[in-house]
Ligand binder design. Structure first.
Ligand code: SF4
Length: 320
């Protein structure tokens, strides 16, 4: 099949856009979507100058999503003195799997000249996910613990590194799945929080002094295109899946969305754009959550409870 934009052979077909693209036009189209998203979400503030640059911390797992986002960010901003990009990689303590992805993150940051901070759950919280998965004192899935510990480490280190923005490599599939899960769970407060924390233009989000704002500039790019982009550019990304992956409900939603997208191309895009509008309305309709936040009695981090979720999980493991 020929490329829709030139006479070269197409490497991919995007049914939702009705296009076939060759390698050059495909790579450009992914980069263009990320740069447009950065512009539309107002991620680079007018106040950023060469004398007073904005600091962006990228959550770099070493998987394809964060590596692709890091490559496009560095290609775009490496020569721009208004932006300082740093990477933050977390080692969860998962034998084999995480060692490989940390190696990928190290190769990426060397190749693209991005300073890297490496943090391990074991050093921060005295736990390894391999042990948590074995003991599971709260009888939850491993990802439920891991998500809480990761959020805690990302927020604390983003703050310590002086981040103005914490960027993560969530792609279109990830975000459409989260949107659908939040709607199906009927959790309006969670939908509002999702918007305030990481969706939409920065100017529309409520001021949240307690947390570094998040951004997901890869969220217009489907997962399969992120994988193809990483492959075509031969980026150092880890492919293997975590042995503790346990989000069964997300797996069901993923399957559902694949089927819908096959039969009705563009479903993921329309879910996400409609959800962002709804989430913005939900966020505007409720009071600023930061007003309810206090400090954790144990670690001092921001929380709406007396003891934050991380400390209560650690305490249930008798490790706090
Ligand atoms: Fe953690 Fe679950 Fe991701 Fe594995 S799949 S790294 S346990 S959140």
């Amino acid at each position: 099949m020929q490329c829709t934009k030139c006479d070269r052979e197409a490497v991919t077909h995007a049914a939702y856009a009705g296009t076939h693209l060759c390698e050059t036009h495909f790579l450009r189209s992914v980069e263009k979507r990320v740069r447009s998203r950065i512009r539309e979400d107002g991620l680079l503030p007018d106040e950023a100058t060469p004398e007073s640059p904005t600091t962006w911390v990228l959550g770099l797992s070493g998987g394809k999503d964060s590596v692709v986002l890091g490559a496009i960010l560095q290609d775009t901003f490496a020569e721009d003195p208004r932006v300082e990009l740093r990477a933050l990689t977390i080692h969860e303590g998962i034998e084999g799997y995480r060692d490989e992805s940390v190696e990928a993150a190290e190769r990426f940051t060397e190749e693209f000249d991005v300073p890297l901070e490496l943090v391990a759950y074991e050093d921060e919280h005295g736990v390894r996910m391999d042990d948590v998965a074995e003991d599971d004192p709260e009888n939850m899935a491993p990802c439920a613990y891991c998500g809480v510990f990761r959020r805690d480490v990302l927020e604390r280190y983003a703050d310590e590194l002086g981040a103005d923005l914490l960027l993560t490599g969530h792609n279109l599939d990830d975000e459409a799945q989260t949107a659908l899960m939040n709607v199906l769970e009927g959790d309006v407060a969670q939908i509002a929080k999702h918007f305030e924390a990481s969706l939409g233009p920065m100017e529309d989000r409520a001021e949240q002094d307690a947390f570094v704002p998040r951004a997901k500039p890869l969220r217009d790019v489907p997962e399969s295109e992120v994988a193809l982009y990483a492959h075509l550019r031969d980026l150092p990304a880890q492919i293997a899946e975590c042995p503790h992956a346990s989000e069964a409900y997300r797996g069901e939603i993923k399957e559902l969305l694949h089927g819908l997208e096959d039969n009705h191309p563009g479903t993921r895009h329309s879910i996400l754009s409609g959800y962002e509008e709804l989430a913005k309305l939900a966020a505007n309709a409720r009071e600023d959550v930061s007003e309810d936040l206090g400090e954790c009695d144990r670690c001092g981090s921001s929380t709406a409870r007396d003891v934050c979720r991380t400390c209560s999980l650690l305490s249930s493991m008798e490790l706090a």
